[in-house]
Each structure stands twice: as C-alpha cells, then as structure tokens.
Design a protein around this ligand. Structure first.
Ligand SMILES: Nc1nc2c(ncn2[C@@H]2O[C@H](COP(=O)(O)OP(=O)(O)OP(=O)(O)O)[C@@H](O)[C@H]2O)c(=O)[nH]1
Ligand SMILES: [Mg+2]
Length: 451
C-alpha cells in the first residue's frame, strides 16, 4: 500500500508541531507514564484526560490524529526543533489601582460541618490598609523572572525566599492571575482574548490549553533591601554626600524616601503547567517532584473555574497536595463569566455551589490525615473569587489573592476572625462584603432579562 499522506489539518497546531507530537499511544489515557509511581495512582489520568466536559477532540492533537492518517514513518521523521523563543522583554506597565476597593478582595467561608442547610458565607472584609500593604509587595517593584525550567532539578536552589505555587487545570487562568498580581491591567493580564499566546505581561497567556510548558518562578517584592539599607546608612553617616549618581541633597533625600516606602518582603510565585487538556505526562511528574520535595514551598493555590466547577482531575490534585502535606488554598477564576447566567441570584447560587463542592471534597480528604482545615500544613478554609482576566472591567478579586499569598508566605498575620458560629451560621465579626456589592453584579442586574 502506498504511504498515506497528510491531506488536511483541522485547526492548530502547525503541521510541523503535529509531526513532532508524540505518537497517539502516548496521548491516550490508558498508558502508564514513564518514571516511578510515587504513590499517586491517579497520576496517569492527571495529565492525559479526555473525561473533561470541555474536551473538544477537534482542538486536541489526538483528536486531529483521528481525522488524518499519518504513517509511522512520517511520525518518526521528526523535523529539527524550532529555536527556543527568547525570554519575553519585561515591559510591564504597573497599575497602581485602588486596591482597597470592596471588589478587590472577595471570599467565602465554609458552613460548620454539622450545618443541616449548608451554604457559603461571605468572609469579613480585610482592612483597606492591610490590603494596600500586601498589594504593594506585588506592584511597587517590577517582578523578576527567577527561572523558567522544564525539570525540577533545574530549579535554582532557594533557602530563604518563600515560594507559593499556582496549580490548576490547563486554561483555568493561572498565568493571567500571575500577570494581574503584578499589577498589569486586565487587557494585558489576560492578553488579548481569543488570540494566540502573548507575552505582553509577565507570563504567557493563551486561549489554547497547555500554553505554559515550563515551571516559571517570579520574584515579587523587595529585591533591593540590602541596597536600601546601605543607602540609608550612607545618608545617616555622611549626610548624603556619597550617594552615587544623585547630585543634590534633595535628590538624595527623595531617593531614600522612595526606598523607605518600598515593601519589606520578598516572595516567589511559581506558575506551573496545567493538567488535563493539552498537557503532558512529563509535566505531571515534574510537578509531583516539586510538590513533594521543594522545602521552601510555603503553600499551593489551586485554581478552579467558577463556571465549570471542580472536576475529577482537581480532586486528584487535592489528594496529591494532601499526600505531599502542602498547605493549600482554593481560588475560583473567571467569575466574570457568571454574568452569562440569567440572574445575579443564579450567579450567586453557582458560586456557592462550587465552594460547597470544594469544601465537601476537602473535608473528605482530611479524614484520618494531618492535612486539616486551617492547619499549618492543611487547607485554607476561605475560598477566594476572582475575575483577573475579565475583559469588561479592570479585573476583580486580585487584591484578595495578593493578601492570601502574602499571608501564606508569612508577610502578614491574619487579623480577622474566620469562624462561623454553629447554628447561627454567621460570621462572628467584621464587616461583611455582600455579593451585591460587586460592581459586575449590578451591571448584570441592569441587563434586560432576555440577554
Ligand atoms: N473572562 C475571563 N477570561 C479569563 C480569565 N482568566 C483567564 N482568562 C482567559 O483564559 C484563557 C487562559 O488563560 P491562561 O492564563 O493562559 O490559563 P493557564 O491556566 O495559564 O493555562 P495553561 O498555561 O494552558 O495551563 C486566556 O484566554 C485568558 O484570557 C478571567 O478571569 N476571565
Ligand atoms: Mg499558563
């Protein structure tokens, strides 16, 4: 039989990428991945799943293989690799938005476990000055890319800067959230919706699943602490005489004032490749190593799509986090898409339903383990809601995540009382942020009922 030729391509990726793609046997769910099984039997499903309701065979490489015929010879004939893309030029425009606005931090607390009518309770508000302080850690100074590596062993040694990682299914909005944390506005954080991968912000964002292929660490906060102290000491000792590059005393004073205002904390946020659609087994193996071996890891933030809710793969990852003893917080993403629901009440119901399903799972997983609610190495009871890449606003909920990450990194202490009184099912103190206080809910209410 003459060799069959490739006749058509349905969508991306390019012909060259298709030929480089692993054979179909590697893309289907039934194959045990290479490498040691470290006790996570679900791992083989994590990064090769087709059980996702979003799963669209026409947009996946394996789906495209079903529609074309490629000979084994053609598959093995791998073309040379494209030269690696140079690291993106960091041209971030810092966005010093009013971080203490109500909609900037938005979270829910769980009901008591014995509540007969469980519902999610809006958390007490965080003090505006604390929100501002934690936001400054992220926005006052341009973040620095510390590493972009495929393998755990290549991550630089770090013994003192607290690390927090972002985990989630592919396309859930991890990279968008990283960009938003750094203060770029929404249009750039979720860079050009519906376009191909863009690196206008810090991290590359794309509507195509699997756009982040490397583990990427971003340094936020005060990287110049030592320099700052030196300058301040110099000013004290020599009345500002030896300041390099600055001529007048006023210039020097202003420089020190500016330095004094800079944040005192440093932390590293790690953007990990997503699991599920468009991912690869190898990524999962490396992520598993990272979670189980990285000593400086202070916690993981698991991102869940507010519209899609929690999926089997998210449950498996939560289990992995429990088994690795990693402190875990959950953040809902893309909450702006709840606008599409017919009413604010429906959006409210959906959001609370997703939260309740997450808490049910967390409570199930904590049984018989040391990974408990509110524990040092357990799960955070508060679930945060974001729309970091909302194309219709400047994004919301991002300041809340900055606060969460700062807290996990040890930069701020929790001041609020986060307990719900059993029976009364009320938050014990603090001002409550109502769902209706979020501006996008108002815009939703103003829409005609039919839209
Ligand atoms: N409407 C809306 N879209 C968002 C939001 N966050 C992200 N997106 C969009 O979702 C798509 C995926 O975003 P990414 O940040 O690349 O997702 P990711 O989790 O990093 O994906 P991978 O790197 O593939 O794992 C992009 O088109 C974003 O613009 C959001 O809050 N609201
Ligand atoms: Mg990404």
């Amino acid at each position: 039989m003459p060799p069959t030729r490739i006749t058509s391509f349905i969508t991306r990726p390019s012909p060259a990428r298709l030929l480089r793609a692993p054979p179909i046997s590697r893309l289907i769910n039934t194959v045990q991945p290479p490498g040691p099984n470290l006790g996570f039997p679900e791992r083989k499903r994590l990064f090769l799943s087709e059980d996702d309701p979003d799963f669209d065979p026409s947009t996946t490489i394996s789906g495209q293989f079903e529609n074309i015929q490629v000979t084994e010879e053609e598959l093995n004939n791998t073309p040379p690799r494209r030269p690696q893309r140079p690291p993106p030029v960091n041209t971030i425009k810092l966005y010093h938005g009013p971080s203490s606005k109500v909609q900037s931090a938005f979270s829910f607390l769980p009901p008591p476990s014995n509540d007969p009518h469980p519902t999610a309770h809006p958390s007490p508000q965080i003090k505006p000055n604390i929100l501002d302080q934690t936001s400054k850690i992220f926005t006052e100074k341009k973040p620095e890319t510390l590493f972009r590596v495929a393998r755990f062993k290549d991550i630089p040694r770090n013994n003192y800067i607290p690390e927090i990682c972002l985990l989630g299914r592919s396309n859930v909005g991890k990279s968008t959230l990283i960009n938003a944390l750094s203060g770029v506005d929404t249009a750039r954080a979720g860079a050009l919706h519906g376009q191909q991968a863009k690196s206008r912000g810090l991290a590359i964002v794309s509507k195509w699943s699997g756009s982040t292929k490397l583990m990427s660490g971003y340094l936020f906060g005060d990287a110049v602490k030592a320099q700052k102290q030196k300058w301040i000491d110099e000013l004290d000792e020599n009345k500002g005489v030896v300041f390099t590059g600055l001529k007048t005393r006023k210039e020097k004073r202003d420089a020190v004032k500016k330095l004094e205002k800079m944040p005192e904390h440093r932390l590293c946020v790690v953007d990990l490749p997503g699991y599920g659609l468009g991912s690869q087994t190898e990524w999962g193996i490396e992520i598993e190593k990272y979670l189980s071996r990285r000593k400086i890891l202070h916690g993981a933030v698991l991102l869940i799509d507010a519209v899609v809710g929690m999926k089997e793969l998210d449950r498996a990852v939560l289990q992995m986090l429990r088994d690795c003893g990693v402190r875990t917080a959950v953040v809902l993403t893309k909450a702006d898409k709840l606008r599409k629901l017919p009413s604010p009440a429906a959006a409210d119901r959906q959001m609370k339903e997703v939260c309740l399903s997450v808490w049910r799972e967390l409570r199930r997983l904590e049984r018989g383990s040391e990974w408990v609610e509110g524990g040092e190495k357990g799960w955070e009871r508060e679930i945060w809601v974001t729309g970091a890449g909302d194309p219709q606003s400047t994004g919301f909920g991002v300041a809340g995540v900055r606060y969460l990450i700062s807290r996990m990194a040890g930069a701020v202490e929790e001041e609020r009382k986060l307990t719900i009184v059993p029976g009364a099912a009320k938050v014990t103190s603090g001002e409550i942020v109502k769902f209706d206080d979020i501006p996008w809910v108002h815009s939703l209410a103003q829409r005609p009922a039919s839209s």
